[in-house]
Design a protein around this ligand. Sequence first.
Ligand code: SF4
Ligand code: SF4
Length: 619
Amino acid sequence: MEPLLKINSEKCIACYACVRACPVKAIRVQSDKITPEIIQERCIGCGSCAAACGPGAVEIRNTRDDLMEILKKSNKVAALVDPSIAGEFPDITDYRKFVQMLRALGFYSVHEVAFGVDLVAREYKELFRRSKGKYYIMSNDPVTVSFIEKYKPALVPNLAPILPPVAAAAQVIRQLSGEEIFLVHISPLIASKDEILRFEGKSRIDLAITFVELRELFTEANIHETDLEYSDFDEPLGYKGSFFPMANGIIQAAEIKEHLHATPVVTVEGEGMIDAIKEFEENIGTIKCHFNLFYKEFLMGRGTSMGGKRILRRSQLISYVNKRFKILDLEQWKRSMEQFKDLNLTRNFTPDDQSLPIPSESRLKKILKDLDQLESADVGCGACGYASCTDFATAIAQGLAIPEMCNTYASRNRQDHIQSLKISNEKLAQAQDALKKSERQAQKEKEAAREASEIVRRMLHKLPSMVVICDQNLKILQTNNSFIEMLGEEAQEINEVVPGLAGADLKTLLPYNFYNLFTYVLSHNESIRNRDLQHEGKLLNVSVFVIEKDKIVGAVIRDMSAPEVQKEEVVKRLNEAIDKNLNLVQQIGFIMGEGAAETERMLNSIIESYELRKDLKDR
Ligand code: SF4
Ligand code: SF4
């Protein structure tokens, strides 16, 4: 079965108003979950959380749909209506129209719980008359009963062992209509939905719905009083039991005198019920009264429409009861009371202690210190929902609350958080400045590199020698005009579209024996100098060298047929020949006794005469 109340995390805005409203701290807040959670075993079904929750996130078990199913399937369903109808349905001009509306919804019979109240009131009168020095807490309010069983189990023997009016009424109807009749309690309390589960046998009630749900059903079924005739409740009718929705209504029904100087029963309703129970526990020996307690007067129960005015509802109830009195056949009522005098209206209770272990003093001190509330431990602002900081610290230790529920703590944490955000923001701003500076620096360096690269590129183009630089895949990175001219017209056309032939494959531009020199240098990381190659009828002098190991190689190529290269090369090669021959001549000189100087002079004169002739020719 669904829990009586649960929190819908999709609607919850984590405001914790429900936690503050719960009189028994049955709502737990955990640090790893933003949505609070109702602890079903601790809940007494008072409905205060649902009333406090603005977004409507506290959802009550829906039994309305179950009723519609039953009404469709069975033709023997009886309604047991709480007399609170007068306060809940002031818009229905006559209660007899209301009864007919229930019949139109599909109920076989419609009964007022008031007769059950009359029966129970008689039992109370007798119990109080017989009690000698023992005082009772009346057990008509399921919320009060649940509170005592869970939080004051020592007082369970003081709960009056008398069935609530609805269970007494159930016995009457089952006796009149047969055991198989399906009974539905229409109640002003949400707690009734769980309360009915306690009763079995002749007292069994099969389903409970609230007045709010009944309203919805009337609307959905399009049932209006204007379309219907009058109809009264089914027998037996109640008498003073109709006052039951008012807290002292049952005292009136029992015709117990309420004199200030000698009342045998004290009536308390509202949240003061909890304090009253504490007083009963502590001072009953002096008070010497029975207690008639309600967490909420039934007229204003959580199963009625929100926003109802209490005094107005009371006056509506009194008008309703007076109208009933006028038409009530008192003799018939007396006969009915006589008819059902032997019903067994006793009941039992089950202590269900929900008290939690009390934390040690040192643990409490530590929590209070963390909260920074050591000084004000015995008082508190109440914003967390606990009466004092010590109560709050106790709840934290018991796993019911978290420090963040304390406004001071949360605000201090916020301040700390804001401070740390401020520091991080400052650090971020510094990092951004540094980043901007390094960006500017990088930009400058990039600019300088670009300029340097441009200068190198221009220099390369001025060189008479052919220059090419390529990567490890033999893709051209840089060339100069001389190289492109050497490659021929096609390469020159490509150069116009792709300046410098950047990205072109050297293997498609040069023959194997030529580009193979590049491959060799790349794979061996070893330069090749002055290698002569024939290319397109020209003698080329090629030097390939490593620029970046395994990655970039460059080559300088000279056309040996170019006049300036010829002259330079002849001089260079003759110098090499002289150097080589000097060694040889020196060795021969030693052997033949001749001076090497003569040989050197002879060779130098060849060079000079060659250079002289070349100069004359050039001029
Ligand atoms: S009162 Fe409602 S919205 Fe606020 S925390 Fe409780 S369930 Fe969530
Ligand atoms: S119904 Fe009452 S006892 Fe249960 S969680 Fe809500 S406020 Fe607490």
